[in-house]
Design a protein around this ligand. Structure first.
Ligand code: SF4
Length: 357
């Protein structure tokens, strides 16, 4: 990408407009009906859910079928090793080879907050183009000594911008998600969409509309610092000029997973969003049933050197380290109801041992 010092963004108020449906229609009219051109919808998901489940649940698959637009499972298709020029924490990425077959890429995320990155918008959304577990690798990178205090995930997303910037970013704010992450957050309805041919400009405007300062979003700041785009709204032409009237503050993602669950400790090191989301979903659904078993400690992510003796280890990442020493729950991510079963079974096992002693 060349150096960018000015850009344009548009904010549109939505009235019952279904953004994904409208974008599919627009793609068909502008691309698929042109001679020799084809439009497709690509999806790559968080672990624990497949792209087709996701597209069916959101209704996008139905619209695609109706308009004869192919749907691509970017997790299942072959990937290509793509070098990252001047990467800070990445020297390459395994990107779905299908992405390179298209001349024009649109990033279409829902506006939402994110526990690891504060917000997840057009640039972070491009992680969906990475092959399956390549997405997890970005969550498990070691700290970078040259950037103390900066999460390696944010540095990796800024590296990714060098090779995976979309041509158009459309932030769907018809319905947004606030709080932790998609499955454990709550909905809100700003009723707007942000569009720009600069993914950083769109991200910055969307961040302001969500109540955040773009420079506080580390991956946006880092990508802008590397001249991948502009995040200073004063350097943009934003239409309409009164766009700030539509600011709808999104609730901040919690910085600690055990913030509202007394006597539950979640030790999180280098987990990906799927395990974190499962953990929070488990607590939301089952905390009331845990009374007899508290206090409880859970460990997620592969970055723990040591753990307290009675910690429950969750997910494939902890399999080796847990072996023989901790109660381990398989899955990638594990299933919330299995976690409850494991806690109850462990307590029964302990009670039996105490009776025998
Ligand atoms: S076990 Fe959990 S943290 Fe590890 S990759 Fe799977 S979902 Fe992510």
């Amino acid at each position: 990408m060349g150096e960018i010092d000015w850009c344009r963004a548009i904010v549109v108020e939505l009235n019952e407009l279904k953004v994904a449906e409208t974008v599919v229609h627009w793609m068909v009219v502008n691309f698929a009906d042109a001679d020799g051109a084809r439009a497709s919808i690509g999806e790559g998901t968080i672990l624990g859910v497949t792209p087709s489940e996701c597209l069916e649940a959101t209704g996008i698959a139905a619209v695609a079928r109706e308009r004869h637009v192919p749907v691509l499972d970017l997790d299942a298709l072959p990937a290509r090793k793509t070098p990252i020029p001047n990467g800070v924490v990445l020297d390459h990425l395994m990107i779905s080879a299908a992405v390179a077959e298209f001349d024009y890429i649109v990033s279409l995320p829902v506006m939402k907050t994110h526990m690891h990155c504060r917000v997840s918008l057009g640039l972070k959304n491009m992680k969906g183009c990475l092959r399956g577990r390549e997405k997890v690798r970005l969550h498990q990178l070691p700290p970078c000594p040259a950037f103390p205090g900066v999460k390696p995930l944010d540095l990796a997303i800024a590296d990714m911008a060098a090779v995976l910037a979309p041509h158009l970013a459309l932030m769907d704010g018809s319905t947004g998600m606030q709080g932790l992450v998609a499955s454990a957050g709550s909905q809100l309805h700003p009723g707007l969409m942000v569009a720009s041919d600069s993914v950083l400009a769109a991200g910055a405007v969307a961040a302001v509309l969500m109540g955040y300062e773009p420079r506080d979003i580390a991956h946006l700041r880092l990508a802008a610092h590397r001249a991948f785009g502009v995040i200073d709204c004063a350097q943009m032409e934003i239409d309409p000029p009164s766009w700030r009237e539509w600011i709808t503050p999104f609730e901040l993602p919690p910085q600690k997973s055990n913030f509202e669950y007394r006597d539950v400790h979640v030790l999180d090191r280098e987990s990906c969003s799927a395990c974190l989301s499962t953990m929070l979903m488990f607590l939301q659904r089952h905390y009331a049933e845990l009374g007899d078993y508290l206090p409880l400690t859970f460990a997620i992510g592969k970055g723990h050197a040591t753990l307290p003796e009675r910690a429950f280890c969750l997910g494939k990442c902890r399999a080796k380290a847990a072996a023989g020493q901790h109660v381990f729950m398989k899955g990638c991510p594990p299933v919330a109801s299995d976690i409850l079963r494991a806690v109850v079974a462990d307590q029964c096992h302990l009670s039996r041992r105490e009776t025998q002693d």
